[in-house]
Design a protein. Structure first.
Ligand SMILES: Cc1cc2nc3c(=O)[nH]c(=O)nc-3n(C[C@H](O)[C@H](O)[C@H](O)COP(=O)(O)OP(=O)(O)OC[C@H]3O[C@@H](n4cnc5c(N)ncnc54)[C@H](O)[C@@H]3O)c2cc1C
Length: 456
């Protein structure tokens, strides 16, 4: 009996590992030959870690399991009636059971200009692109500063969920390192990080006390918060808000949310819920196709069974839900293969975490207890080390963070690729750093008037 698992992310790998314990032929298919540890992508984007520190070859992860094969291919479509997955290159892969764990992708929410002018942060490639653009903006700001008229190097992060908060905090630390250790001449009033969100508080999914702590910690790291602000357009100069204000920036990082629309899972014959997530039954199988399971970010996973009626309360698209749902469906398939009864999915909440930077993180436990500060940071660090794949990666990340604990500079602050065709000056010194009225913290400088040509 063959089980095909589409996707080698948290959900797909959890399913495959559990399936290895049953007498089944398991094929894991992924369009990339490596597993990405998405929770640390922001560290790659902010030059804290290298790309290879947060990724690991899927073949190496699975090599110890004799019954699992890995196929490096893109799944183009699923014929659920014929039970065949159509792969890139035209070949087909038949299955008895199918686990769809193809994740999600960045969502633009229909805001014009996101695809053209903003950088997403969902894949390793995205993270490397963000790192390049941020470092280029800082170099350009330093070049402008050489004649005594310092430039901008402004970075705008859209989305104040955990990824946005972590990215903004890490960017402020990167700027600090760039000035203290790399000798860049940056005007602290012009080279700024701004975090924008439509919600009125950062980390809206966490307890309000956690939001307050995170906002304080971000401001103390010189991150400007623009909250309750709806972005109507992303432009070459930054973003335009629905109320007409404009926030200028050399780099716009868009981490406002994710969607399943446009991914393989969205082509399955099933109803979809919020963010294009595929509606599944209580055991995470497809309605009408009990041999097809959808797990992780791709699925509208509910702690309540859909067939019990009423709108399902969806679980967040986080690693724990992905791991537990992948593991659950593997157990069900193993049971069904030997005609044993199956069970509905029950999620065990392990809490939520977010870090703001060195010695500042929040861990919110299921009972509502919150720890923060250095204790929260150490808890966050320990948890990420446990889930990171590969001994070498764990060792490198641990050394890197220990280094940072002492405020020593670390991380690959390398601009890769050819920059010969780029303009040397940004002219951004002519712009006001942001629309000062929009920034919820005291003014530190006199805004400069003038046109903003935009560099990106
Ligand atoms: C920047 C960022 C930071 C995050 N931080 C946290 C955090 O701190 N804590 C937390 O709990 N969660 C975090 N998350 C969310 C968490 O990473 C996801 O919930 C989790 O990765 C979902 O796992 P998944 O297996 O469903 O999908 P993914 O991990 O996205 O894996 C999907 C896999 O499917 C493959 N794939 C997709 N389409 C195809 C196709 N057509 N054919 C073949 N292969 C395909 C992809 O290459 C990928 O390997 C973060 C996410 C992001 C993007």
């Amino acid at each position: 009996m063959r089980v095909v698992v589409l996707g080698g992310g948290f959900a797909g790998l959890a399913a495959a590992r559990r399936l290895a314990k049953a007498p089944l032929d398991v094929v894991v298919v992924d369009q990339r030959n490596f597993h990405t540890f998405q929770p640390l992508l922001y560290q790659v984007a902010t030059a804290g870690l290298d790309a290879s520190d947060v990724a690991y070859p899927i073949r190496t992860i699975l090599r110890r399991y004799a019954t699992i094969r890995f196929l490096h291919a893109r799944a183009q479509a699923v014929d659920v009636d014929q039970r065949i997955v159509h792969l890139s290159g035209g070949s087909g892969l038949s299955y008895d059971y199918l686990v769809v764990a193809t994740g999600a992708t960045g969502a633009s929410f229909g805001v014009p200009g996101v695809a053209e002018h903003a950088l997403s942060l969902y894949t390793l490639d995205d993270a490397r692109r963000v790192r390049n653009e941020v470092l280029l903006a800082l170099e350009a700001a330093d070049t402008d500063g050489a004649d005594g008229d310092p430039g901008g190097g402004r970075v705008l992060v859209v989305g104040a969920g955990p990824t946005g908060v972590e990215t903004a905090g890490a960017l402020s630390e990167l700027i600090d390192v760039a000035v203290r250790h790399d000798g860049l001449h940056l005007d602290p009033d012009l080279t700024r990080v701004t975090l924008v969100d439509i919600q009125s508080r950062v980390l809206p999914g966490l307890d309000p006390r956690a939001s307050e702590y995170a906002a304080r910690a971000l401001r103390s790291r010189r991150v400007d918060l623009v909250l309750g602000a709806q972005i109507s357009e992303v432009t070459a100069r930054g973003v335009r808000l629905a109320d007409g204000r404009e926030l200028c920036a050399e780099v716009v990082i868009w981490v406002a949310g994710v969607t399943v629309d446009g991914t393989l899972a969205s082509t399955l014959p099933a109803l979809t819920g919020g963010g294009g997530r595929v509606l599944v039954r209580g055991d995470l199988s497809l309605d009408g196709h009990p041999e097809v399971y959808v797990v992780g970010d791709a699925a509208a996973v509910s702690p309540r069974r859909v067939e019990d009626g009423g709108p399902p309360r969806l679980l967040p698209q986080i690693a724990q839900v992905a791991i537990q749902s992948g593991d659950h469906v593997a157990r069900q398939i193993s049971h069904r293969a030997v005609d044993e009864p199956t069970a509905g999915f029950v999620y065990r909440d392990r809490g939520m975490m977010a870090t703001i930077g060195r010695r500042a993180a929040i861990a919110q436990f299921p009972g509502g207890r919150i720890i923060w500060g250095t204790t929260g940071w150490l808890a966050w660090l320990a948890l990420h080390l446990v889930y990171l794949v590969g001994f070498r990666n764990r060792a490198i990340v641990l050394v890197n963070w220990a280094w940072r604990y002492f405020k020593w500079p670390s991380g690959p602050r390398l601009i890769l690729g050819d920059v010969a065709s780029r303009p040397v000056t940004s002219l951004s010194a002519q712009d006001p750093i942001v629309d000062r009225d929009a920034v919820q913290q005291p003014d530190r400088s006199t805004p400069r008037a003038g046109p903003a040509p935009g560099r990106r």
